[in-house]
Ligand binder design. Structure first.
Ligand SMILES: [Zn+2]
Ligand SMILES: [Zn+2]
Length: 460
């Protein structure tokens, strides 16, 4: 058979899947080149028995499920795959024996099911953990140093289970996560649960899980609705974050010990590239926070952070924002009598910034007219969002004209101009007819300028 002929591979796989008992019996005789496409097809077709049998004799060191786009209904299959991991000494597995060392359940359409093998690489796979003391890499180094006798080593090889976890209110009922944790427990230390992305929506339901996890492995940490004390306790256990997202965080005083501790831990995050803060009041204290961040930040979200004029002044000068690709300052209404700091900030990031959001910031015609020179220098800008600000139609047209030469710009999310609202008994009523005319007029400007690649959107 020519393994390169896709039609022939498809036919072979269909015939293997339609004869489940025969295939199960003959798995070890199946050519290696067919293993990955057969696994793919068995997963999509829900052939649980074939999948679990394949995992038991998987002939490669890694198995990444990321490209299979796991649906909610398929978690039973994934659970069965995890359960079939050979973590304890096993016998009678034939000549192949289990080679699988890394099972990766993280969603990522870009991952190959099996990594290309490099003979010189001491890592089991490109995605192997390099942080935890329980990682394959560190444990195998320990074996080498101790020159251990081979009896246990061959019987209980360290393995890794790579996951992204999300703890929300449904976690306690989540059978799947419970089964992951019990598998780790059964392994008596040989299976390292390596969590790279952790999202916590409610602390009280995940305390046991947090005890089991090695926080050193986490790259992405997101915490929603927590006290800064709880956040700081977590930060004291992480080592190499590249993304930190905190929303609805409460802190009694920004001058107190808890905030100082938080800043101290933040200083240790030397690889941080993305900082997302939302509903986290930092009025007049942004400087303390930003000084703790190493320069090189790429994404900075400061939505609803109660920023003051002083905070904007500091932001415009600090080297930490020099290479920003994303800047979100939405929901920070300040008195824009002096908008020089915001102008300087935009000017500073004009060479790198791709995404800019300044929604709901009480920006008026006079403010934005002063920002236009800096905005028109943002040559990399792809998305500009400034909805829910007090802008008139003539100014909206002027803004659009300044944006037209930015050839990378694809989306502009604009505010509904003030004339579309009618005040009626203290309630703003939107005139949809006027809004439709606004959209037509703006679209016409795009057409005349030959910028039909630019999309105009608004929200109401
Ligand atoms: Zn791999
Ligand atoms: Zn790890």
């Amino acid at each position: 058979m020519d393994p390169m002929d896709p039609t022939l591979i498809d036919l072979t796989i269909q015939s293997l899947l339609s004869n489940e008992p025969v295939t199960m019996h003959a798995l070890e005789a199946i050519p290696r080149a067919l293993f990955v496409p057969l696994f793919n097809a068995a997963f999509v077709g829900g052939h649980k028995n074939i999948l679990t049998a394949m995992v038991k004799i998987w002939p490669f060191p890694c198995l990444h499920m990321g490209s299979l786009m796991i649906q909610d209904t398929q978690y039973e299959l994934v659970k069965a795959i995890v359960e079939s991991l050979q973590i304890l000494p096993t016998q009678n597995l034939g000549s192949w024996g289990p080679k699988l060392r890394i099972l990766d359940l993280r969603e990522n359409p870009g991952y190959k099911i099996v990594c290309p093998q490099r003979s010189t690489n001491s890592l089991v796979c490109f995605h192997a953990c390099t942080y935890s003391e329980h990682s394959i890499l560190k444990r195998e180094a320990q074996y080498t140093i101790a020159n251990s006798e081979s009896e246990d080593q061959s019987a209980k090889k360290p393995m890794e289970l790579l996951v992204n976890l999300s703890f929300d209110s449904t976690f306690r009922e989540n059978d799947f996560l419970t089964s992951l944790l019990s598998k780790v427990e059964q392994s008596l230390g040989s299976l390292h649960l390596c969590c790279r992305s952790l999202q916590i929506d409610t602390f009280c339901d995940c305390k046991i899980a947090l005890k089991i996890l090695d926080m050193k492995c986490i790259n992405h940490l997101a915490v929603h609705r927590a006290s800064l004390t709880e956040v700081t306790r977590l930060l004291s256990r992480v080592a190499c974050l590249d993304t930190l997202s905190l929303s609805q965080i409460t802190c009694r005083s920004l001058n107190g010990r808890v905030f100082k501790n938080f800043i101290t831990h933040l200083k240790h995050m030397v690889y941080i590239k993305e900082l997302n803060l939302s509903s986290f009041c930092l009025t007049d204290h942004l400087e303390n926070l930003m000084r703790a961040i190493v320069p090189g930040l790429e994404f900075l979200n400061l939505n609803l952070c109660g920023l003051s004029h002083n905070d904007f002044k500091f932001l415009a000068q600090c080297p930490q924002v020099n290479n920003l690709k994303l800047l979100n300052l939405s929901n920070n209404p300040v008195d824009w009598e002096d908008c020089e700091p915001l102008h300087n900030l935009l000017q500073k990031v004009s060479g790198t910034m791709k995404y800019l959001m300044i929604n709901l910031c009480h920006i008026t015609d006079s403010t934005i007219s002063l920002l236009l020179p800096a905005l028109s220098h943002c040559s990399q800008l792809c998305i500009f969002s400034f909805f829910s600000n007090f802008i008139t139609m003539p100014m909206l047209i002027r803004i659009l004209e300044h944006l037209l030469p930015l050839m990378k710009l694809r989306y502009v999310i604009y505010p509904i101009p003030v004339h579309c609202y009618e005040r009626w008994q203290f309630q703003d009523i939107l005139d949809l007819q006027k809004l439709a005319e606004v959209h037509d007029q703006l679209t016409m400007i795009l057409e005349v300028a030959g910028r039909s690649d630019l999309n105009l959107i608004t929200y109401f």
